[in-house]
Design a protein around this ligand. Structure first.
Ligand code: FAD
Length: 387
């Protein structure tokens, strides 16, 4: 790859590719442990939610790889994830839903001790009222990994083109504004991270064997240095988000049983990150920031909604999770920049556990992606050397 790994990732990420690789190696096993804990490995999603942008009724993905296995053996699920504790996944009707509930609030019912105040709607970067309805299923993420599913062709291209063409800023605008560039980079890094996972956990249909597929990686990501750069850019953005909330995490409860372990683990990971990794203050310099921030919010909320149009269930699951993860980043980076300590603490206190699960899982996916990119480089070099 034509990237000089000793160079900084971008003008607003004051860190080199090598330094991110190094950080990632340090935190990898802690992050893996955190994500595989009972707290972070479950996610609730409505896989049948209607696509509101176009008619995609005929566009189902019939490949077995597209399927998601929702939880059906409840005996194996920790007590606090049981439907009656969760507020009944199966019996809820839409009428039961408090109009103030949003998709991010359901996880607060996990611990049942403390019900957080609803999100302030203006602060939401993700789609509201998304996850509290009778069609939601609970999914064990560790059993439904992001990997090759066979989803592709016009169906998936239509989704990506709608995200780029209708929701990113126009090409005329990109390159003239750091904030608008950032929006495009986030989407492109998100897309490249999916492409890297698809190529690394790939099914060779002839040999029926799972393993890394170098040519697929090169076609989708490796031959495009800017796409590789955008993966590192996204890593820096999410890492900075974690650094920003770290001083205010004290009031968040991760369920009694796990609280201290989870907090210690998060603190341990965050303490190895570097605060100069991303400078969000530069984003809205010289811009009419409130207007542009609103624009960001609306566009990103649309991206989370477009995920309902993805015809492959497993892709939708991970697409939605990451869209909410990035939406949470934007919310924290932009909203936590203003105001006094009390209002900052208030924003973090009101972060729902749903957003935290999406945020940490998105960071873990990027961390895996960076590991895979380096593994692909090794495979590439070996092939170049030995043929
Ligand atoms: P696509 O990846 O569909 O890309 C379309 C076009 O976008 C390309 O031709 C190129 O011009 C441009 N482009 C591609 N990458 C970038 C980038 N990083 N930055 C900027 N522009 C770019 N498939 C799976 O097997 N497993 C999954 O888990 C999975 N999850 C998905 C989640 C979502 C939300 C979506 C929309 C699709 C998902 N897919 C998944 C499908 C996958 O992303 C590809 O669409 C599919 O593999 C077909 O790839 P393609 O080579 O035709 O180009």
């Amino acid at each position: 790859c034509q990237i000089d790994k000793g160079e900084t990732v971008s003008s607003i990420c004051n860190i080199t590719f090598n330094e991110i690789n190094e950080i990632n190696t340090y935190i990898r096993s802690d992050l893996e442990k955190l994500i595989s804990s009972d707290f972070f490995k479950y996610f609730k999603i409505d896989l049948r939610k209607e696509c509101t942008f176009w008619d995609n009724k005929d566009g189902l993905c019939f490949s077995p790889g597209c399927a998601v296995d929702p939880i059906d053996d409840w005996a194996k699920v920790p007590m606090y994830w049981q439907p009656d504790i969760l507020g009944s996944i199966t019996n809820n009707t839409t009428e039961d839903i408090d109009i103030h509930d949003d998709e991010c609030s359901f996880l607060d019912e996990l611990c049942a001790e403390e019900k957080r105040l609803p999100e302030i709607p203006e602060c939401n970067y993700c789609d509201v009222n998304d996850f509290e309805n009778s069609n939601c299923v609970l999914v064990d993420l560790s059993k439904n990994r992001e990997r090759f599913t066979g989803y592709g062709g016009n169906q998936s291209r239509e989704i990506w083109s709608s995200i780029y063409n209708e929701n990113c800023f126009s090409f005329g605008e990109v390159g003239k504004s750091l904030a608008k560039d950032t929006f495009y980079r986030l989407i492109s890094g998100f897309h490249a991270s999916i492409g890297t996972h698809v190529a690394f956990e790939h099914l060779n249909l002839e040999e029926e064997d799972w393993g890394p597929y170098l040519e697929g990686f090169m076609e989708k990501v490796g031959n495009f240095p800017e796409r590789v750069t955008n993966i590192y850019f996204n890593y820096a953005v999410v890492a900075k988000t974690l650094l920003k909330i770290q001083p205010y995490l004290k009031n968040i409860e991760f369920c009694n049983e796990y609280n201290e372990d989870v907090k210690r683990n998060i603190m341990n990971i965050v303490s190895q990150l570097d605060s100069t990794i991303f400078n969000e203050d530069l984003l809205f310099e010289n811009e009419i920031s409130s207007v542009l921030k609103d624009d960001f919010k609306n566009r990103f909320r649309n991206v989370t909604k477009i995920m309902d149009c993805v015809q492959c269930e497993r892709c939708k699951l991970w697409g939605k999770l990451q869209a909410v993860g990035y939406a949470t980043c934007l919310k924290i980076l932009f909203e936590l920049n203003e105001g006094d300590e009390i209002s900052k603490q208030d924003i973090v206190d009101k972060l729902t556990k749903y957003e935290l699960v999406a945020l940490l899982n998105t960071f873990n996916l990027l961390s895996e992606t960076i590991e895979y990119v380096n593994d692909f480089e090794t495979i590439y070099n070996k092939q170049a050397l030995y043929g």
